[in-house]
Design a binder for this molecule. Structure first.
Ligand SMILES: [Zn+2]
Ligand SMILES: [Zn+2]
Length: 363
């Protein structure tokens, strides 16, 4: 049985749109560019809110040359929500219609390789291959624009209870849940988290969703104060050795699980050092250089270290939890800017004294 596409009278689309173009590392321009055209099984979405991610800041600085993005000029942005403005061929067969409210995520994987078939599409073995795999805002045009094209695999229907602002934070919330999942948080666990940015703070909520008995956040400054305000125990690494502090808080035993969300080498080392014997660390932060790991302890205490890349299947799972206030995305939002003031928004994001955690941009 085939499903008849819903008919909708769509307003005519403009030929051009406003977009944030990274001309070369650290050179940003707001430009008028052509509105992209959705291909087979893709939609064109009107972006209503896009949020600034730490990855955007790195990518704009040119920290991943030749990879994210493959070349400049480039339009970044991958945490967004909006509504469908046009359908490419075949998209209606998946139930999509013009006007549907959606949240986007970055990975649009091949769906065919062994990792995709196993549900681990974040590890698609055809990553970046033309026509098989896209990662929006990383190797394909992103959502820092009035419109963006996405494949149907990377859009998720927003429930009525979630706003576009909430929707722009579903992608980072899904990554936070994937981090807690990869950490294998079990009921009653003590979970230590390094890096109280958006992912770290949301990972605290996700650890609780999985039944953590106690969440200890390691950080400093305004972000650590935010962690305390959200009800987590805190350790200020500026006040002394954070590993000793976590051990002191856990009767000398250490944490069952560590979630590394800072992306700096010291934090990876702290996480491994503060684990209880047999503990597990899931690392979502990406250090720009290698990290020396205390292998003797890892071997003899049977520690586990798991990488975490984006999310894989958690977009839909986090939505009801966000609706119920169990994953507190709204608490993350500190600033809002129009797309035309992106440079100011990014400077605010990069300035730790601004108190910025999550900055929302409206194209
Ligand atoms: Zn992101
Ligand atoms: Zn694949």
């Amino acid at each position: 049985m085939s499903v008849a596409p819903r008919t909708t009278s769509a307003p005519p689309l403009p030929a051009t749109m406003e977009a944030l173009v990274v001309v070369e590392p650290n050179r940003l321009e707001i430009r008028e560019v052509p509105v992209p055209v959705p291909g087979p099984n893709q939609v064109l979405a009107r972006v209503r809110v896009v949020s600034i991610c730490g990855t955007d800041a790195h990518l704009i600085r040119g920290d991943y040359p030749g990879f994210w993005p493959p070349s400049f000029p480039f339009i970044p942005g991958h945490e967004w929500a909006g509504e469908i403005a046009a359908l490419g061929p075949g998209a209606a067969r998946y139930g999509w219609a013009v006007g549907d409210r959606v949240a986007g995520t970055s990975h649009d994987a091949c769906g065919v390789c062994q990792k995709c078939v196993e549900g681990r599409y974040n590890l698609c073995e055809n990553y970046g291959k033309e026509g098989l795999h896209r990662q929006y805002g990383h190797n394909t045009q992103g959502a820092d624009a009035t419109y963006v094209v996405h494949g149907v695999k990377s859009i998720f229907r927003l429930p009525d209870g979630l706003s576009f602002e909430d929707g722009a934070l579903i992608d980072p919330a899904s990554i936070a849940l994937h981090t807690a999942n990869r950490g294998g948080v079990a009921p009653g666990d003590t979970v230590a988290i390094t890096g109280p940015g958006t992912i770290g703070l949301l990972a605290g909520d996700c650890a609780r969703v999985r039944g953590a008995g106690r969440v200890i956040v390691v950080g400093r400054g305004d972000r650590l104060a935010k962690a305390a305000a959200l009800g987590f125990d805190t350790v200020d690494y500026g006040a002394g050795d954070p590993v000793a502090a976590v051990r002191a808080m856990t009767g000398g035993l250490g944490a069952d699980v560590a979630l590394e969300c800072a992306g700096v080498p010291e934090a990876v080392q702290w996480c491994l050092a503060l684990l209880r014997r047999g503990g597990r660390c899931a690392a979502v932060g990406i250090p720009v250089r290698g990290v020396e790991v205390a292998m003797q302890r890892l071997v003899l205490d049977e520690l586990e270290l798991a990488g975490v890349r984006a999310s894989a299947g958690e977009m839909r799972r986090v939505m009801p939890l966000v609706e119920q206030g169990r994953i507190r995305v709204r608490e993350m939002v500190t600033h809002r800017f129009p797309l035309g003031r992106y440079e100011e928004a990014l400077a605010t994001f990069n300035d730790r004294s601004s108190g910025a955690i999550k900055i929302l941009v409206a194209p």
